[in-house]
Design a protein. Structure first.
Length: 224
């Protein structure tokens, strides 16, 4: 088993903890050898977890490494844990566990989409060696945003596909991303069109920040 530094583990917790905890659909699976248990996260402080297992007739081995899967709306987050203490209760058993490896994100194909209405500006990227002058910036309003792209409305008629730079501010982020307006679009009426944009060449750190902001934004709206 590889030995990880405390800094590696702490950095991954800092990166992913709020993203995981803010997801209302988050579920946890604890894998003990070939058996998987659904557990409830009762508390999470730094690298210490308090897990609740409602099956009182099961005894997890305190001397072995276990794998924990934290499933959110858009990703699965995986880490190794060590069970350090068992706390029996009447209807449940609580286990104190320590995260002993960095949390790793296994991204799913589909990104969670958050409904949001924010202004967006798209600048068409000129094709190489093209003598055609690019059109002026396209203004629009988003319908929803995900870490993989967005959907927006505009009064401008566009002939996709087009490569663009996308400028928008969302929650605590101001972003300029490269993207592609996809071929399929919808016409709401003669003065309004709906387009879909897929982000291109977005780096992992920026995508993670956007995912975090999307979940924080959704959580803040639910509690208003």
């Amino acid at each position: 088993m590889k030995n990880y530094t405390e800094n590696e583990i702490e950095k991954s917790i800092y990166t992913y903890q709020s993203v995981i905890l803010l997801d209302p659909n988050m579920r946890i699976k604890l894998i003990d050898e070939n058996t998987t248990y659904g557990v409830k996260l009762a508390n999470w402080q730094e690298n210490n977890l308090l897990l609740e297992l409602r099956q009182t007739n099961i005894n997890l081995n305190l001397s072995k490494k276990h794998t924990i899967n934290m499933l959110t709306s858009h990703s699965t987050f995986v880490a190794n844990v060590s069970i350090v203490k068992k706390i029996p209760q009447d209807k449940s058993t609580f286990y104190m566990a320590q995260i002993i490896s960095p949390i790793h994100q296994k991204r799913q194909r589909n990104h969670f989409r958050q409904e949001a209405t924010v202004p967006v500006t798209l600048i068409v990227i000129a094709e190489k060696n093209s003598k055609v002058k690019p059109p002026p910036p396209i203004k629009g309003i988003t319908i929803d945003i995900s870490a993989g792209g967005l959907k927006f409305t505009s009064i401008t008629k566009i002939v996709p596909p087009l490569n663009v730079y996308i400028n928008f501010s969302f929650h605590n982020l101001r972003l300029t991303l490269k993207g592609r307006i996809l071929e399929h679009f919808e016409e709401v009426d003669t003065h309004q069109f709906i387009y879909r944009v897929a982000f291109k060449d977005i780096d992992t750190e920026t995508q993670q920040k956007l995912e975090k902001n999307i979940l924080e934004y959704g959580s803040s709206r639910r509690y208003k």
